[in-house]
Design a protein around this ligand. Structure first.
Ligand SMILES: [Zn+2]
Length: 250
């Protein structure tokens, strides 16, 4: 993806403004598993891989994808989303139309977010303390200003774990994808997160065998959850992780 110079500059400025810093001081590191777009397989095999180990995840939903196909694969149904909520998972916002937010004007972005808020409210999602993930990780100065006012947190894509502190308006991830060349590996990052008591947020999409290149296989996902727990990390949805850090921030 090539970004215009103006957009690069806007993103650079965004890194340093509209920040909401939270200290990461706790007795243990935290790993959060997040699912973007929420394919049907994430609702089924993805949720099951977490539940098998007694933990829960965060599912970032774009209402415009509900009941649709994405890249030829079925997305979630409303019934699947309700089951996720019933089983204690977190549902977050991912815009309504799964649209890049960095190039949208204020009016269009606000309309997108309000449309998805109505959809999530209809599902029974509590809009207080809603967490957001930028589609395609695409953020910029204007979008960050708007999202920082609307959401408890906003997640971008990539960048790795946070240590010592996090900007809740630009939470980074490690991509848990079938085809990844990112280093260090997941296993190394979990070790570092446990040792430094940091926060590692993971993002993936479909959970099936074989997965798409942006997804992950169910057995590998279950092993990743186990590895985080075995390393001594807590595994928490994004909202619960923020509660954990805030309760210790003093
Ligand atoms: Zn997405």
């Amino acid at each position: 993806m090539s970004l215009s110079i103006a957009l690069r500059l806007s993103r650079l400025l965004a890194r340093h403004t509209h920040r909401n810093m939270l200290p990461l001081r706790g007795p243990a590191g935290v790993v959060s598993f997040t699912f973007d777009d929420v394919p049907a397989s994430a609702c089924e095999a993805g949720a099951a891989a977490l539940e098998r180990h007694g933990v829960r995840g965060t599912f970032y939903v774009a209402g415009g994808l509900t009941g649709q196909l994405e890249e030829g694969k079925p997305c979630h149904s409303e019934e699947q989303l309700r089951r996720l909520l019933d089983n204690g998972h977190e549902i977050g916002c991912h815009s309504y139309s799964h649209i890049r937010c960095d190039t949208l004007g204020t009016g269009r972005l606000t309309a997108e977010l309000e449309r998805n808020a109505r959809f999530l409210a209809h599902l029974g999602v509590d809009l207080q303390g809603l967490d957001f993930a930028y589609p395609f990780g695409a953020y910029a100065l204007g979008a960050k200003r708007i999202c920082s006012r609307r959401f408890r947190s906003s997640r971008i894509t990539g960048g790795g774990p946070h240590y010592d502190e996090v900007d809740l308006n630009a939470i980074q991830t490690h991509r848990l994808y079938a085809e990844t060349t990112e280093t260090p590996s997941y296993e190394e990052l979990v070790g570092q997160t446990a040792a430094r008591k940091g926060w590692l947020v993971l993002n993936t999409h479909d959970v099936e065998d074989p997965p798409s290149r942006f997804g992950y296989a169910p057995e590998k996902l279950a092993l990743a959850v186990k590895a985080a727990l075995d390393a001594g990390c807590k595994v928490l949805p994004v909202g619960a992780a923020i509660d954990y850090w805030e309760s210790r921030a003093g």
